[in-house]
Ligand binder design. Structure first.
Ligand code: FAD
Length: 473
């Protein structure tokens, strides 16, 4: 009978890296063997809420994580199903003194943590949650009276003033007991998914994330303040999927941007790094809101807008999803999303406002579609971004400030470079016509549809729907 091993568990969740990982590092410092565990969602079931691109990115991250752990002497243990049940089964496979994990502010993650804590307590196992996912914890960033902020600007002022934790080191070595068996690394087949041939995805790994950060600091972010709203200019970091899956830590991203800010001589470049840092605060802000107001996942953040009469999804919703609305900037964004699992932030706002204010469709439909396709799909930022655009969220544009997709594309894609990249049938259309003359667009682009709605009319309709609703609350 082989001797039952003793070990500590580190439970990987949205922290798929060995460097600057608060929980993994703490587990490795105990001088015991460590079981680095990842519990994949149940692979006997088809995957409903997210699509193949995102799962492919996850599979790549896990493969690279397994390699990085092996370099330290450890072994990634893969299991699938309910994570708490998987951990409980692991507790039965040896003598376990401690379970470590990085806390997840989303309500589903927190529910798992509470269940796990109860089970560990009953078994006399220490259950240790670490603060890792945000740069600042909820408690550090509340108002003076201890309540949560509801508005970004005062939140960010507080956030910016706080001293930032420095990135921590990588464990020097790890040993995982031989007796603990692992399932093979997951592939898309585990969830009955296929990778469509049109997908063109970024690769997922710690090394890829580090290289994207380096590239961002050196080449993309120096003009961030001037160019970040122009989707054809590579001026944003492209780090969102890495921050989502934790292939890079938020502390590392902040530390590199802060260093670049301190070293920059040109005031514009310096301002750019600062603007970028303030965007990292938006990420923390939405995590903060979700922790304080988990009901936003079901309801409008601003209670006045609950019960708005959204339209029933019809063929126009399909046209939006496929990028066939006849609004070039909207179609370019939706096709970028479908092909790459990414969409530029400015365009996310345009397509989201189009869905909610031009098609009068429920922001939850858009939120679900984004979650299916985005590699960076993250419930706090996705919900925050959708509610902001619908006018129902924190810091949202008031409902009567409705972006006009034609003027937005003229402002932010004046030469039509982004549009033509993603909507090649408009290649021959003069840039001016792409933003001003829907009939011209249709005339030039042979297979390109007429605009499916008249923006001016739909704008008036939205104003009247919102106003009527507000009169009743
Ligand atoms: P950069 O401009 O380089 O910003 C750096 C980082 O800051 C980002 O990687 C991200 O972590 C954070 N950040 C930047 N802008 C925002 C923002 N407005 N809100 C929250 N965090 C921000 N972001 C996600 O990570 N996941 C989502 O699911 C998501 N859904 C969105 C849905 C809508 C409708 C909208 C309008 C925005 C959404 N965003 C989401 C925010 C934003 O669009 C992306 O974070 C950004 O486009 C990612 O590109 P980047 O890494 O090059 O960003």
């Amino acid at each position: 009978m082989p001797e039952s091993p003793s070990f500590i568990i580190h439970w990987f969740r949205r922290d798929l890296r060995v460097s600057d990982n608060s929980s993994l590092l703490a587990a490795s410092h105990k001088g015991e063997k460590v079981v680095p565990l990842y519990v994949a969602s149940d692979w006997k079931k088809a995957h409903a809420w997210t699509g193949p691109g995102r799962q492919q990115f996850l599979c790549e991250c896990l493969e690279s994580l397994a390699g990085n752990l092996a370099k330290l002497g450890g072994r990634l243990i893969i299991r699938s199903g309910d994570p708490v049940e998987a951990i409980v089964r692991l507790l039965d496979e040896g003598s376990v003194s401690e379970v470590h994990y990085n806390r997840d502010p989303d309500p589903h993650g927190r529910k798992d943590e509470l269940r796990l804590a109860e089970i560990c307590e009953a078994r006399g196992v220490a259950c240790v949650g670490h603060d890792d996912v945000a740069l600042h914890t909820f408690d550090q960033t509340t108002k003076d009276d201890g309540t949560a902020y509801r508005v970004y600007t005062p939140y960010s002022k507080r956030w910016l003033k706080l001293e930032k934790r420095k990135p921590a080191s990588t464990p020097k070595q790890l040993a995982t007991p031989d007796q603990i068996a692992s399932d093979p690394l997951p592939t898309l087949e585990n969830w009955q998914l296929n990778l469509p041939s049109h997908l063109d995805l970024l690769s997922g790994s710690e090394a890829a994330a580090r290289s994207r950060l380096k590239d961002a600091i050196a080449k993309r972010l120096p003009s961030y303040a001037q160019n970040r709203d122009h989707p054809s200019v590579p001026a944003t970091s492209r780090l969102s999927q890495d921050l989502r899956w934790g292939t890079i830590s938020i502390r590392k991203a902040y530390a590199e941007a802060h260093k670049a800010h301190e070293e920059a001589r040109d005031p514009d470049v310096r301002a750019s790094y600062h603007t970028f840092i303030k965007e990292l605060a938006w990420r923390d802000f939405y995590l903060h809101l979700l922790e304080a107001y988990p009901e936003v996942l079901q309801h409008e953040f601003n209670a006045d807008y609950r019960g708005l009469p959204w339209a029933e999804p019809d063929e126009k919703f399909e046209a939006w999803k496929e990028g066939h609305t006849g609004f070039p900037i909207v179609d370019a964004g939706m096709r970028e999303l479908r092909t790459t699992g990414f969409m530029h932030n400015r365009v996310r706002m345009i397509v989201a406002m189009f869905l909610t204010k031009d098609l009068h469709l429920d922001w939850r439909l858009g939120e679900q579609h984004f979650a299916q396709h985005l590699l960076d799909g993250e419930i706090a930022s996705n919900n925050g971004g959708w509610q902001w655009s619908a006018g129902t969220g924190a810091d949202a544009a008031p409902y009567f400030r409705i972006q006009n997709p034609w003027t937005q594309s003229k402002r932010f894609d004046a030469k039509g470079e982004y549009i033509k990249k993603w909507v090649p049938e408009l290649d021959a259309v003069p840039a001016k016509a792409l933003h001003e003359a829907p009939d011209l667009v249709s005339g030039h682009g042979k297979s390109y549809p007429q605009p499916i709605v008249n923006h001016a009319q739909e704008r008036d309709k939205t104003l009247s729907i919102f106003k009527k609703h507000l009169d009743t609350v």
